[in-house]
Design a binder for this molecule. Structure first.
Ligand SMILES: [Mg+2]
Length: 364
């Protein structure tokens, strides 16, 4: 039951089309496969995305953190001892996504050793989870057509639109998607902190008419007074994402009370710290929504298990469908979205197996 080896394997999957948002553009997934082997020959896997424009971690820094620091620190440790694993990993500050990758792979391993699907290990609330699809920013008619097409093909009811490039363009895009999908679609908008508070204030008030489920990071998180004014300017609740994702930052935001919803992403807080965020949010009456970080199918499984396992997260759609934009996968099976939902498999662990041939084709 001991950690024998930890490897960090970078891979690259091109996307069907680039996905644009306020702070960047993604043309391909450049992520890391974290592979932990136990002495008994069991393997746990995870996908760790690098998002240098948000978290400051690169593929190279993540490989170095995992292979040079975490692998030697964890070798020989009972893989169930996640608390000690974190204690040892925290000797290297920062590196959130690298740590989250190791944490997720440990949980896959623990679930496999227990013979349980991960969702059963974590809480077992539900077997399926509704999916929210993220659409990159673009011409209103194009984004609306894309949303209508995805709803037709997969029964998706939840869409997140990316704003923050231009106020008028955002408003036109939201109007076009709402028009195309009608009132029963659930829409959210994420501005990735792009607008100054005085512009966001006017904009969110105008967006109340679109009946958005929430607005994510409309203005700089580093301006709490401004965010407070934005929150008070609209009926639509605001959601926290990249401006506060560690438990201590979510706790501070909960005390301020500007945001009523917190995003949890396995890619940056793993299973362990995501559960801490969940507990904090519950105590403060905040909703939690499982977000994605453009994961392929393997990475999406962690968000799917986590979201389905807990009652609080199972109430909202989770961002699990970025893989629909990918041209390749590294798993043997593809994830199926039927009637807007993913139903989780019953096999132990995350329930998807690594496809070594496909992975070899994607190696960087
Ligand atoms: Mg976001």
């Amino acid at each position: 039951m001991k950690v024998a080896a930890i490897d960090a394997v970078p891979f690259r999957i091109p996307l069907l089309h680039p996905v644009k948002f306020a702070v960047g553009e993604i043309g391909h997934l450049e992520h890391i496969l974290v592979r932990i082997r136990s002495g008994e020959g069991l393997e746990g896997w995870a996908e760790a995305p690098a998002r240098q424009m948000i978290y400051g971690e690169t593929i190279k820094s993540m490989v170095a953190a995992i292979e040079d620091h975490f692998a030697p620190a964890l070798r020989g440790l009972d893989f169930h001892n996640v608390e000690e694993a974190w204690h040892r990993m925290e000797r290297l500050p920062g590196n959130h996504c690298a740590k989250a990758g190791v944490d997720m792979a440990l949980h896959d391993l623990i679930a496999k050793a227990a013979g349980l699907p991960l969702r059963q290990l974590l809480g077992g609330y539900s077997r399926s989870i509704e999916v929210c699809h993220i659409l990159g920013t673009g011409a209103p008619a194009e984004v609306a057509a894309q949303a209508a097409d995805l709803r037709g093909r997969f029964g998706l009811r939840w869409f997140k639109l990316k704003g923050g490039m231009d106020p008028r363009g955002d408003t036109a895009m939201i109007a076009a998607v709402r028009d195309a999908l009608g009132s029963d679609a659930q829409l959210t908008v994420d501005c990735n902190q792009a607008y100054p508070a005085h512009i966001a204030e006017r904009l969110v008030e105008e967006w109340d008419r679109f009946d958005l489920a929430w607005i994510e990071e409309p203005c700089a998180g580093a301006d709490p007074q401004g965010r407070g004014r934005v929150a008070r300017a609209c009926r639509t609740p605001l959601m926290l994402d990249e401006s506060a994702f560690l438990p201590r930052d979510v706790a501070a935001e909960a005390m301020l009370g500007n945001c009523r919803i917190a995003a949890v992403k396995m890619a940056r807080t793993g299973i362990t710290k995501s559960r801490k965020v969940l507990a904090l949010a519950e105590v403060h009456g905040m909703r939690t929504v499982v977000g994605g970080q453009a994961e392929s199918e393997l990475g999406a499984m962690f968000g799917a298990h986590f979201a389905a396992a807990h009652r609080a997260t199972a109430q909202s759609a989770a961002e699990l469908s970025f893989f629909l934009d990918a041209t390749e996968r590294i798993t043997t099976e593809s994830l199926q979205i039927v009637d807007g939902k993913i139903t989780l498999p019953d096999q132990p662990g995350i329930g998807l197996d690594l496809d070594e041939d496909r992975l070899r084709r994607c190696l960087m």
